[in-house]
Design a protein around this ligand. Structure first.
Ligand code: NAP
Length: 211
């Protein structure tokens, strides 16, 4: 059982909070108001502000907008010290239609910037290559999806792999790509997403490695 803080109470935050709490973890959701949002779709859980959520958790999941996450999380540097930060966000610049249009950090990645800004926090990137519902229900697809992992700390990746297990991911569907710099590959895949959504609508999907 871990103490987990989830920053952001939207689609991703509510999905992960529900499944991880159901698996027996102690979950707090960090919101901008420090209270349960009116449109909260998850289970009855503790709510706090971002700083308190980060300070009290062993594992913090970033489920807030990726384009502004670096500034937001860098401000929590002391609160995140010693923790594992699981970053599931995508940092993009929006096109005219509001969909991801370009990368916020071309030639690099949000995950690398987060690791640079938070040297005493172990950043692990994962789950950013699928629709939110698949994150906690990977067996819902007709083809096994892949959960890619990027991070510099092997022990942190073991902990996050176990969490993925609690979310329903069999070990053989989890692929450790290597260091945090490998996140620039998975983050770039977000550029496919608007085209997939335009062609198929919001049907659940995930990117997978077929071999
Ligand atoms: N949706 C997907 O299928 C999907 C898939 C892969 C990755 N992602 C990534 O996961 C992250 C969350 O996506 P989502 O779909 O859950 O988004 P969402 O439904 O819009 O929720 C994001 C939440 O972040 C908080 N938030 C919004 N603006 C903020 C700000 N300026 N500062 C601090 N907190 C803010 C809000 O929670 P409070 O009101 O409680 O503060 C909001 O509910 C994004 O980075 C996205 O790129 C999403």
């Amino acid at each position: 059982m871990h103490t987990i803080g989830i920053l952001g109470s939207g689609r991703v935050g509510a999905t992960l909070a529900g499944k991880l709490a159901g698996a027996g973890h102690h979950v707090t959701v960090g919101t901008r108001t420090a209270t349960r949002p009116d449109d909260w779709t998850g289970p009855d859980l503790a709510f706090a502000d971002h700083r308190g959520t980060a300070r009290d958790a062993e594992i913090v999941i970033n489920a807030t907008p990726g384009d502004s996450a670096l500034e937001r999380l860098a401000a929590l540097r002391e609160d995140l010290a010693g923790s594992i930060l699981v970053d599931v966000s995508n940092a993009t610049r929006h096109g005219a239609d509001g969909m991801p249009g370009a990368l916020r950090y071309p030639g690099s990645s949000l995950a690398e910037h987060l690791q640079d800004a938070l040297p005493t926090t172990r950043v692990v990137k994962t789950l950013n290559t699928m629709l939110y519902s698949v994150m906690a229900d990977p067996c819902s697809l007709s083809v096994p999806p892949t959960a890619f992992l990027s991070g510099d700390d092997p022990d942190a990746k073991v902990v996050v792999s176990d969490l993925l297990g609690d979310l329903g991911w069999p070990p053989e569907w989890i692929m450790d790509l290597g260091g945090i710099n490998t996140a620039r590959g998975t983050e770039a895949l977000v550029l496919l997403v608007p085209h997939v959504l335009r062609s198929r609508g919001f049907a659940p999907f995930a990117l997978t490695l077929a071999s």
